[in-house]
Design a protein around this ligand. Structure first.
Ligand code: SAM
Ligand code: SF4
Ligand code: SF4
Length: 340
């Protein structure tokens, strides 16, 4: 079944956050000292995620990405992957991870049936990594990336949030690194999402600036023409290396957005910027059947009119989306709860 929202965007892509916990403290995502965590008893069990996944698949979802927080912190994750991989109508089952635990887990993820891995990698410099993430685990991330290839994964991606004065001098190094490890690099514009309490527009390196930096080094860059709703615009260097840019801040792609997000405690969000979501855990635990859940989800998607990033674009004074006090009241507003 295909369900379209008010702009004709289908419900197709679901990001499932499996935990709000994280073993890094990236300055652009979790810059504070303390966080309010979701109560453990409210975290969805794998079987509950499985039931919701079935309902979403019935409504047209054919891509699921596991995220967090750090998804590899969720105990026994391969069991969830096995459960989801068995759903034949899912064309794509991927994960976004910071890579710290990939060295020990990549093989198990592959054996469980995971299709693809995206690793977030903002820098190749250990001291910079430590300053950016407030943890000393850079070597583990690099080892994790190597383990992904060894486990037999292909189509691996490396995602880099580019921040002015932090890592904007590493674009070329990261492209070269991606080439060496056979992974496609995607540069992400720094976004003013919930949790990015230190965001400011002057730290954003725009897609155009990134292209100018890379053209100065490599020469003419060609856009790759493709029909897709993926967030990254892809480009080809003269030597045929392909990379992506996710220009969520300066050139958002809401018009094509078929993505929604399920938090680890079962709240479903229609947009990264949406202030409120729909509680699916409550009905599920009260015994709602698949049809009732499907009606609830379908109804919400039919009414969806979210274009969060486009609405932010026209603001004259652009500041962090949510203030710290409000984030503490409702951790669902955090990027690490909602899943990137
Ligand atoms: N912990 C995992 C990781 O870092 O890959 C998965 C969750 S994380 C929230 C998902 C993605 O969101 C990461 O690639 C991260 O870089 C990105 N992200 C977090 N905060 C961001 C921000 N303010 N702007 C742009 N991307 C951001
Ligand atoms: Fe960094 Fe991902 Fe953890 Fe956020 S959730 S602090 S982006 S590793
Ligand atoms: Fe989709 Fe919202 Fe992001 Fe726009 S801002 S691309 S509608 S999630």
């Amino acid at each position: 079944m295909r369900v379209d929202d008010t702009y004709g965007r289908p419900l197709r892509n679901l990001r499932v956050s499996v935990t709000d916990r994280c073993n890094l403290r990236c300055q652009y995502c979790m810059p504070e000292e303390d966080y309010v965590w979701l109560p453990r008893e409210e975290i969805l069990h794998f079987e509950e995620i499985g039931v919701l996944a079935d309902v979403f698949v019935d409504l047209g979802v054919d891509k699921i990405r596991l995220t967090g927080g750090e998804p590899l912190l969720r105990r026994d994750l391969p069991r969830l992957i096995r459960l989801l991989a068995a759903k034949e109508r899912l064309r794509d089952l991927a994960i976004t991870t910071n890579g710290v635990l990939l060295g020990e887990q990549a093989r198990g993820l592959k054996d469980a049936g995971l299709h693809r891995v995206t690793v977030s990698l903002d820098t190749l410099r250990p001291a910079r990594f430590a300053a950016l993430t407030r943890r000393q685990t850079h070597a583990q991330v690099l080892e994790g990336i190597a383990a992904v290839a060894r486990a037999g994964f292909t189509e691996t991606k490396l995602d880099t949030v580019v921040i002015r004065g932090v890592n904007d001098d590493e674009l070329v190094d990261l492209i070269e690194f991606g080439r060496r490890v056979a992974a496609e690099v995607r540069f992400i514009e720094y976004m003013d999402v919930g949790g990015a309490t230190r965001w400011s527009m002057d730290q954003v390196v725009s897609r155009d600036e990134m292209l100018a930096i890379l053209e100065a080094r490599y020469g003419r860059i060609e856009p790759v023409a493709e029909e897709t709703t993926a967030p990254a615009d892809r480009y080809r260097l003269p030597d045929a290396t392909v990379f992506g840019i996710i220009s969520s801040t300066t050139a958002p792609f809401c018009a094509e957005c078929d993505r929604s997000r399920l938090t680890a405690d079962g709240v479903w969000y229609l947009c990264l910027y949406a202030p409120r979501g729909t509680d699916l855990r409550g009905p599920l635990r009260r015994g709602a059947g698949r049809e009732e859940l499907a009606e609830l989800i379908r109804g919400r998607w039919l009414e969806r009119a979210d274009r969060g990033a486009e609405e932010r674009l026209v603001l004259r004074e652009r500041a962090p989306l949510v203030q710290i006090a409000r984030l503490k009241e409702d951790p669902h507003l955090e990027m690490h709860t909602r899943g990137g």
